[in-house]
Ligand binder design. Structure first.
Ligand SMILES: [Zn+2]
Ligand SMILES: [Zn+2]
Ligand SMILES: [Zn+2]
Length: 308
């Protein structure tokens, strides 16, 4: 029988990633070199952490030698990278895309060279490799670690905060998600990472940059908390910043006018529909601004039929 999950490895892996991020942000060639090596170790720990969640025995190179006492003492030969990738795929149904594997392999090669030789790396190439690996790490932690073991929120938040402030990461990540953003129904600024990558209307809102995901109505409140104008409670009752959407009817329609310097009107966080709306003078529902006489279609029809 396997014992309960301890998840020391997951926390440890995230700690390595944080350290690598701090080193990378410092930016000197020496610190970038350390960041590369730390990051490579962190990635291997990430894979092991996922295996540990399934069963700690899987972290042993030879599962037949698995022994709890030795495991806790760290006195054993642990799985090598290629083996970990295979076990993740075969036993945990975790598939690492080839594009990511190529980046990780490049990073590991470089780490080995750094460990054994005096390696000089080109700063730009190093930054780019580090940034791409962090992209993989954030996705892996969110999808495969946090989803299985919810207690990593604090560490993950700290890592994200660190990366949102690391220019090379922002640039590389935005480039990576560009095609997804182009295909998206509607994109607005993300209330968590502040990037223009929060996708609405296709499904529940999700940020392609930081992977923040929530339902449409919560997203609308988060967005107003972050970007809306300050309002007293009384004002918010008189003139709420989240209104019923003329398209889907759900209270998730937000005025983007101020945050976008007038480039956008109202956007619904549930259906992703966008328009310039105002309140109907008669029923006070939201309706497209160009509707005649400040009256919505329903009220106008009602008005017309009652005058027949
Ligand atoms: Zn985001
Ligand atoms: Zn809507
Ligand atoms: Zn009306």
């Amino acid at each position: 029988m396997t014992e309960p999950i301890t998840c020391n490895l997951a926390e440890n892996a995230l700690d390595y990633l944080l350290l690598a991020g701090e080193q990378a942000k410092e930016g000197s060639p020496r610190m970038l070199k350390h960041a590369l090596a730390t990051l490579a170790d962190g990635v291997e720990l990430l894979l092991k952490a996922r295996l540990e969640m399934k069963d700690w025995c899987l972290v042993f190179k030879d599962v037949d030698q698995a022994n709890r006492q030795k495991y806790e003492a760290g006195d054993f030969q642990s799985i090598v990278f290629e083996q970990a990738v295979k076990r993740l795929e075969n036993i945990c149904s975790v598939q690492i895309p080839n594009s990511h594997l190529a980046i990780i392999n490049k990073l590991r090669q470089l780490r080995n060279r750094i460990r054994h030789f005096a390696v000089s790396t080109d700063n730009r190439a190093a930054n780019s490799l580090i940034a791409k690996t962090f992209s993989f790490a954030i996705e892996f932690v969110t999808e495969h670690l946090q989803a299985v073991h919810g207690e990593l929120d604090d560490e993950l938040t700290r890592l994200k905060e660190l990366l949102f402030d690391y220019d090379a990461f922002i640039e590389s990540r935005m480039e990576e998600i560009q095609s997804e953003l182009k295909e998206a129904y509607c994109v607005v600024r993300c209330p968590v990472c502040l990037q223009n990558a929060f996708v609405l209307g296709d499904d529940d809102p999700v940020c392609k940059f930081c992977l923040h995901k929530t339902d449409g109505q919560s997203a609308a409140s988060e967005w107003i908390d972050r970007f809306g104008r300050f309002q007293s409670l009384k004002d918010s009752l008189i003139e709420p910043q989240i209104r019923g959407c003329p398209n889907c009817g759900i209270e998730a329609c937000v005025d983007m006018n101020i945050e976008t310097d007038g480039r956008r009107g109202h956007v619904c966080f549930v259906c992703g529909e966008e328009g310039r709306y105002e309140q109907c003078a008669t029923c006070s529902n939201f309706c497209p601004r160009d509707s005649l006489g400040g009256m919505c279609v329903d009220c106008r029809q009602h008005f017309a039929s009652s005058n027949d």
